[in-house]
Design a protein around this ligand. Structure first.
Ligand code: TPP
Ligand code: MG
Length: 660
């Protein structure tokens, strides 16, 4: 007897129902509602190979409505991914299970990315779809032609980030992006009519999208819409009218099925209604076989693809492998050293944002994988260089994206670019607007992605634009994020070194905070060693008997050196330490740290921002000099002076402290 379509989708429904019930926690409603759409997608359209989840030309499947994660685990288990066994499904939401509540991303498992924070997956998908266009342009459409499919919920489309991401996708005409909108008109508080009256058709058409509307429980309609979407020259939103908790007599169509187990009694009724006479977690062999057949088709697809590559010239083959799997580290090191030597000779005074631009210009010649961009501040962030080639809807043969004034969308898209594989995204805005990217930065860190955030105008040093633009607490906030390196280089030498570290940090994203104002060259001697790699180093010491240690970052290293000079005029010896990256310093052995910041000296930290992240370095004595109030609008030197960050004032503080 042949297996019916609804037996395939019911397998998803019951795995989800049973896993949530066993965990006594989770979201059954969405997987029950979207099981039909997902089954059609996997059965007839999605090109994937469970035997090789890393196949580069696989279609990407992103669950933006990540709370419905049991939908994804069910699909991966049923179609035959090794990563998800039935035991793992039984362990849903338990410690160390791959079947976490909201999985983010796990390489080689079929979990491309799903999101806890609603809307992020949509932004990631835009980045993935851009990545696909870039690859396709480079390698040709017989080699790269994958689609990016997303399931998004009401909540995803209510989030602000969805507006940024969808608008950018429409502008770039990302035709291989197909979003299924789980239009069940229910969110946690109840009917979506409580809070939203958007006309989705008009909304998406105004973005330049193709809009289709279907019954999300009708196999034929679902399949036809995907075929239509595949042929479109625009991104497509398929609005799927579905019933949340489909099959539950008492909870379907209701918010009560969204985020809690259905309960034993109700589950019995669903089993009866959907004619599913199997025990929990039991999938009839013929249903499982049918699902595995769906998965097994992928191996053939990949083999065919591999053959088409083998038929291409070896240059394309090696480029694809090289570009995708690694990049030229050795050449990067020697390039950085060459640049360091050049600047050691000329010792230029430059704003560190200019230093970053010079760095990008030289490394981008070596690294075609670098994909830059800015949220409409290219000239201020200095992210665009003479080697930047603009990507637009007509031509993806480039390395620079004008993201528009869409910081959040940009950051989420950068995560997607990195997730696709082989590309290294960097993108800029002012440090103050890092707050507008924060949820995505946090996810870069959580997922361990190589994304480089370029945040210029990194302090009150931006001057006249005033307190709305002057970051105070931003560095402290970013430093509080685990697995994120926050760099604040002091000159061109440090900027080159920080960029090198960021490029070599395979599982850690980086923030590079850069100044608007000029800084002098401070590096005392030319060395091949990357001193920023240990987070901090001694810049200058006036005597080994010094009793003051000045620890500063970025633009305040210049101030520290000036204070040191003044102290020396008063016979006080000191050491100046530059600390471009706290996270790296904090990982060094104790001896190294104690040697840099000596216990028995008066430790004074200097940074034009919140002192919060510096408090750990002064123990009981010492001083944190910084700014813990909003800035002021004035020429920057006056603002520095106003907040006590002048050589005279800092020197006086220190002398006073020494007299205590
Ligand atoms: C940014 C963000 N805000 C809030 C939440 C909590 N949350 C999870 S699902 C959800 C809304 C549920 O409605 P919908 O998106 O339509 O999903 P459905 O219930 O239809 O599955 C909310 C508010 C979240 N995950 N992310
Ligand atoms: Mg909903």
């Amino acid at each position: 007897m042949s297996v019916k379509f609804n037996q395939l989708s019911n397998a998803i429904r019951f795995l989800s129902i049973d896993a949530v019930q066993k965990a006594n926690s989770g979201h059954p409603g969405m997987p029950m509602g979207m099981a039909d759409v997902a089954t059609v997608l996997f059965k007839y359209h999605l090109r994937f190979n469970p035997k090789n989840p890393n196949w580069i030309n696989r279609d990407r499947f992103i669950l933006s409505a990540g709370h419905g994660s049991m939908l994804l685990y069910s699909l991966l288990y049923l179609s035959g991914y090794k990563s998800i066994s039935i035991e793992e499904i039984k362990n849903f939401r338990q410690l160390n299970s791959i079947c976490a509540g909201h999985p983010e991303y796990k390489e080689g498992t079929g979990i491309e990315t799903t999101t806890g924070p609603l809307g992020q997956g949509l932004g990631n998908a835009v980045g993935m779809a851009i990545a696909e266009e870039i690859y396709r342009k480079k390698f040709g459409s017989t080699i790269i032609n994958n689609k990016t499919y997303v399931i998004a919920s009401d909540g995803d489309l209510m989030e602000g980030i969805s507006h940024e991401a969808m608008s950018l996708a429409g502008h770039l005409k990302l035709k291989n992006l197909i979003v299924f909108f789980d239009n069940n008109k229910i969110s946690i508080d109840g009917s979506t009519s409580l809070s939203v009256s958007d006309n989705y058709k008009k909304r998406f058409e105004s973005y330049g999208w193709n809009f289709l509307e279907i019954n999300g429980h009708n196999e034929k309609q679902i399949s036809t819409s995907i075929t239509k979407a595949s042929k479109s020259n625009k991104p497509t939103l398929i609005s799927c009218k579905t019933i949340i908790g489909f099959g539950s007599p008492n909870k379907s169509g209701k918010a009560s099925s969204h985020g809690s187990p259905l309960g034993d009694e109700e589950i019995k009724l669903v089993r009866k209604k959907l004619k599913w006479n199997n025990k929990p977690f039991e999938i009839p062999q013929e249903v499982l076989d049918e699902w595995r057949k769906i998965g097994n088709k992928g191996q053939l697809l990949e083999e065919k693809w591999q053959k088409s590559i083998n038929e291409k010239n070896s240059k394309i083959k090696s480029d694809l492998e090289k570009n995708y799997f690694n990049f030229d580290l050795e050449n990067l090191e020697s390039l950085i050293n060459k640049e360091k030597t050049k600047y050691f000779e000329s010792k230029p005074s430059l704003a560190t944002r200019q230093c970053s631009m010079a760095t990008i210009e030289s490394i981008s010649a070596l690294l075609p994988q670098l994909i830059g961009g800015s949220a409409d501040l290219s000239g201020s962030n200095n992210t665009k260089t003479n080697n930047s080639k603009i990507i637009n809807s007509k031509n993806f043969d480039g390395n620079y994206i004008h993201y528009g004034v869409r910081e959040h969308g940009m950051a989420a898209a950068m995560n997607g670019l990195a997730l696709y594989g082989g590309l290294i995204p960097y993108g800029g805005t002012f440090l103050i607007f890092s707050d507008y990217c924060k949820p995505s930065i946090r996810l870069s860190a959580l997922m361990g992605l190589k994304v480089i955030y370029i945040f210029s105008h990194d302090s009150i040093g931006l001057g006249e634009d005033g307190p709305t633009h002057q970051p105070i607490e931003q560095l402290a906030g970013l430093r509080a994020i685990p697995n994120l390196n926050v760099f604040r280089p002091a000159d061109i030498n440090e900027t080159l070194e920080c960029w090198e570290i960021a490029l070599k940090s395979h599982n850690t994203p980086s923030v590079i905070a850069l100044s608007r104002q000029k800084v002098p060259y401070i590096n005392p001697k030319n060395s091949k060693e990357n001193k920023c790699e240990k987070g901090a180093y001694e810049v200058n010491i006036t005597s080994h008997e010094s009793n003051v240690t000045l620890v500063a970052s970025g633009t305040e290293v210049e101030l520290a050196l000036k204070v040191q000079k003044k102290l020396k005029e008063n016979n006080i010896h000191s050491k100046v330490v530059s600390m471009p990256c706290m996270e790296l310093f904090d990982k060094q052995p104790k001896d190294f740290c104690n040697n840099i910041i000596e216990e028995n000296s008066l430790v004074v930290t200097l940074e034009a921002g919140s002192v919060m992240s510096w408090q750990k370095y002064i123990k009981n004595k010492g001083m944190n000099i910084g700014i813990d109030q909003f800035g002021e609008s004035a020429p920057y030197k006056e603002v520095y002076d106003h907040f006590g960050l002048s050589e005279e004032k800092v020197t006086n503080f220190i002398q006073k402290k020494l007299r205590e």
